[in-house]
Ligand binder design. Structure first.
Ligand code: 4NP
Length: 155
């Protein structure tokens, strides 16, 4: 089992969190950190579905294939299996916290809290927006992913 296991959670698990997961996996690999990464949604709308085509293209532009990923909903076991759970925005953070079982051990936080100067900010939902929204998501989740990997590397 990996030393760290990190779960990224958005609403649908088809736009933001699959990109966050991919960015973190790549950052951890670059820094030689033994970490397992996964993602999930708080909603069940897209369970079993591939990521949004715009997320697939955004990842593909970075040499990452996310086309085989399938969406899933956060489950009770995630709260003990993962060492860290990062929410992409406030509504999902609230929902993750609301559903947390008493025996939860994962450290739960807002993703952008890991970036100095961005604490308390959300990664905006790009679903109803344009392609540029996905570039913005990538830049934010990639910055956060690098910061998490650096932090884990120091701990
Ligand atoms: P995500 O984006 O939470 O980043 O995966 C969304 C995907 C689907 C919906 C909303 C946000 N939806 O309403 O179906």
């Amino acid at each position: 089992m990996a030393q760290y296991s990190v779960l990224f959670v958005c609403l649908g698990n088809i736009c933001r969190s699959p990109l966050a997961e991919a960015a973190f996996r790549s950052a951890a690999e670059d820094l030689g950190i033994d970490a397992h990464a996964d993602s999930a949604g708080t909603a069940d709308y897209h369970v079993g579905r591939p990521p949004d085509q715009r997320s697939i293209s955004t990842a593909e532009a970075r040499g990452i294939d996310k086309s085989h990923y399938r969406g899933r909903q956060i489950a009770e076991v995630d709260y003990t299996y993962f060492t860290h759970i990062f929410a992409l925005d406030h509504a999902n953070l609230k929902e993750i916290e609301r559903r947390a079982p008493i025996r939860a051990t994962a450290n739960i936080a807002l993703l952008l809290d890991v970036i100095e100067g961005r604490e308390g900010e959300a990664v905006p939902d790009p679903y109803y927006g344009s392609d540029e929204g996905f570039e913005l998501v990538w830049n934010e989740v990639n910055q956060a992913a690098r910061a998490i990997a650096l932090q884990l590397g120091r701990s």
